[in-house]
Design a protein around this ligand. Structure first.
Ligand code: GDP
Ligand code: ZN
Length: 294
């Protein structure tokens, strides 16, 4: 019996890494569907037709997003950090960072913000640091396109916070996640070719998350770009975990205030007074409206 890491999963099959090499592998009905980052026990030599997945080891954490029906889907397992990548181009959709921060909070992942494309003229205006003060977010400005002046800016510093940890890169398509990976892991292209040979699939048809081991320990998971990161339905208490600054205001009139339109709501008052960022309260209302599980 060996323990292998799932690098990529396509539903019925995927790619696993064991002892520095990667192998195609079929999943087995009955053991559950492994996702990127899972550790699985394999019986038989990896890569052989006879290799059988015995079980998926218990997941220490997961990264999820919602499908169209707002049901949670697990994208990756055993993740420690969520690296939220934004850029001036394409500009983040409304409340995208609020949604990622909420997901990271509920899933127990440490959030990190990367503002890529710092070479573009309007790069300073994408986030208002005051809005996310409650998170004490480390914010990394990076330039990941080799042709850009200042290429490599912020990459070493980002590499240092990724070292030894398992991080998932999230953010909409086009913000530069692949470029960041290339800058962080110059040897990545080799791995890409190997994996394509193993699965018969090209990089461009890939819609699943993929695991890239870092030298030494740790890894970076590239997640499929989505225009809109959707949250799954969850109880109000979970949604409120994404807004830690709401807990710092004095009490609302009603003990079970949901901070929507209740009279005497201290959160709404603080937002009106600018003590809570008004857009954070707006983000909260929008998420409650669309995602609250009652
Ligand atoms: P992904 O979809 O998030 O993986 O984004 P890509 O890495 O494919 O990048 C999308 C586009 O943005 C490409 O044309 C990149 O060359 C460009 N890009 C990536 N990083 C930077 C950067 O730091 N500055 C600028 N100006 N362009 C960048
Ligand atoms: Zn309230």
């Amino acid at each position: 019996m060996i323990t292998a890491r799932v690098i990529e999963s396509y539903g019925t099959h995927g790619v696993v890494a064991y002892d520095g090499a990667s192998y195609a592998c079929h999943w087995r009905r009955g053991t559950g569907r492994p996702v990127c980052g899972d550790l699985i026990e394999l019986h038989g030599s990896p890569g052989s037709e006879a290799a059988v997945v015995e079980r998926i080891l218990e997941r220490r954490s997961v990264f999820k997003r919602a499908n169209r029906n707002r049901e949670p889907q697990i994208i990756a397992a055993n993740v420690e950090q969520a690296v939220i990548v934004i850029a001036p181009e394409p500009p983040p959709s409304a409340y995208a960072v609020d949604r990622y921060l909420l997901a990271a909070g509920v899933l127990g992942l440490a959030p990190l913000l990367v503002c890529n494309k710092a070479d573009l003229a309007n790069s300073g205006v994408i986030v208002d640091p005051a809005r996310y003060r409650a998170f004490a977010l480390a914010c990394h400005e990076t330039i990941a396109r080799p042709a850009s002046p200042g290429y490599g800016t912020g990459i070493e510093a980002l590499g240092r916070v990724l070292r030894g940890k398992v991080s998932i890169l999230v953010g909409q398509s086009g913000v530069g996640k692949s470029s960041l990976l290339n800058a962080l892991l110059p040897g990545r292209a080799v791995l890409t070719t190997e994996l394509s040979a193993a699965t018969g699939k090209g990089r461009h048809t890939t819609t699943s998350a993929r695991w890239y081991a870092l030298p030494g320990q740790g890894a970076v998971i590239d997640s499929p770009g989505v225009w809109e990161y959707g949250l799954w339905r969850m109880p109000a208490a979970d949604i409120q975990r994404g807004f830690p600054e709401f807990a710092t205001v004095p009490h609302c009139r009603f003990r079970d205030c949901r901070h929507l339109d209740e009279p005497g709501c201290a959160v709404a008052a603080a937002a009106a007074a600018g003590e809570i960022h008004p857009e954070r309260h707006a983000a909260y209302r929008q998420i409650m409206r669309t995602c609250e599980l009652k």
